[in-house]
Design a protein around this ligand. Structure first.
Ligand code: AFP
Length: 312
């Protein structure tokens, strides 16, 4: 924290003040703030929700909840009038949509409510956001300038990075996001792992890798929600989340643009790594909004170990 901030004021650093002190440029500060504010509206909808299926399916053929569609509409309309966003891509939409005049600075990608199938069980779910300056498709390199995710659990927390480290905020009763952890750092080696997919569908190499983690005493932590499962690795300071290539789905389940790249951006800012088992997630070319990828994300030792097993 900046020089001269007392213990009291240090704990009173809210999101806007933090971004200003971290030198985040003004339009990006305002955009991140507006998106974080949407988290409050989405949370209110979760509390009001009837948790009923909307009777629609998304582009992946997955049942959409009212909540999925409502969260997407809330986010899109907030961004539409922000003055900072020219295009919006969402897991709930068929393709990228123009929402500004075309002169705005940013393109936003969103998984508005990831893990929504868990909402009836009262498990934590989340919102995942990527903020890009240039096109998100076919660039062959990552164009993200910031990423954030919001976790709707016992507390509402928000983790963001604008290339200045990864920082966590807690939403208080007054509706302010107050800094709780700054410049979060992952240890080189963790002690938990979060293995997605069914064991019977894993490839032999991935199975051998997981068996080694079990032999090495890693504790299994898996809720079925990407956001809380990733958040656990970050906040516990290390470990590994993986949703691997499966026998019948060599690209795994998770979406490269909407889920993996924003989380890879944040994890790398915390000193971690994210690969598809071989190449960095942020180096992968996004050729379509629906593209999926296997993922190994978290502490560098475990990500490196996965690559060793997968190359055998
Ligand atoms: P839903 O959004 O359909 O609940 O899926 C959640 C998710 O995309 C991601 O959040 C989890 O990591 C992953 O699916 C869990 O998949 P499995 O149910 O196959 O474990």
């Amino acid at each position: 924290m900046g020089e001269g901030t007392s213990d009291y004021t240090k704990n009173m650093v809210d999101l806007r003040r933090h971004m200003w002190m971290a030198g985040v440029e003004v339009e990006l500060r305002r955009l991140i703030w507006q998106i974080a504010t949407v988290g409050k509206y989405i949370s209110a909808k979760i509390h009001e929700s009837n948790r009923k299926l909307a009777g629609f399916q998304n582009v992946y053929g997955e049942e959409q909840l009212d909540l999925d569609r409502i969260s997407d509409e809330i986010l899109k309309s907030q961004l539409q009038f922000s003055g900072f966003v020219r295009e919006y891509a969402s897991e709930e939409l068929e393709d990228i949509v123009k929402i500004g005049s075309g002169k705005e600075k940013y393109i936003v990608t969103a998984d508005p409510l990831d893990g929504s199938s868990l909402v009836d069980t009262n498990l934590a779910i989340g919102t995942i956001i990527g903020i890009h300056k240039e096109s998100v498709l076919d660039t062959g390199r990552n164009t993200m300038v910031a990423a954030l995710y919001i976790t709707y659990g016992p507390l509402i927390t928000m983790v963001y990075s604008a290339g200045n480290g990864a920082h966590e905020f807690v939403l208080n009763r007054e509706g302010e996001y107050l800094l709780s952890q700054e410049k979060i750092k992952l240890k080189e080696k963790g002690s938990i792992f979060s293995p997605g997919g069914l064991r019977r569908d894993w490839t032999p190499a991935h199975l051998k890798f997981v068996e080694q983690l079990e032999k090495d005493g890693y504790k299994l932590r898996y809720s079925g929600g990407f956001v809380p499962d990733i958040n656990q690795v970050l906040i516990k300071g290390g470990g590994l989340f993986t949703y691997p290539a499966l026998r019948k789905s060599p690209q795994g389940k998770l979406r490269l643009l909407f889920e993996l790249q924003p989380m890879a951006f944040i994890m790398e800012q915390a000193g971690g790594r994210a690969t598809n088992g071989k190449e960095d997630i942020l180096a992968l070319k996004v050729e379509s909004v629906n593209q999926r990828s296997p993922v190994y994300i978290g502490s560098t030792k475990e990500v490196r170990m996965a690559a060793q097993f997968l190359s055998q």
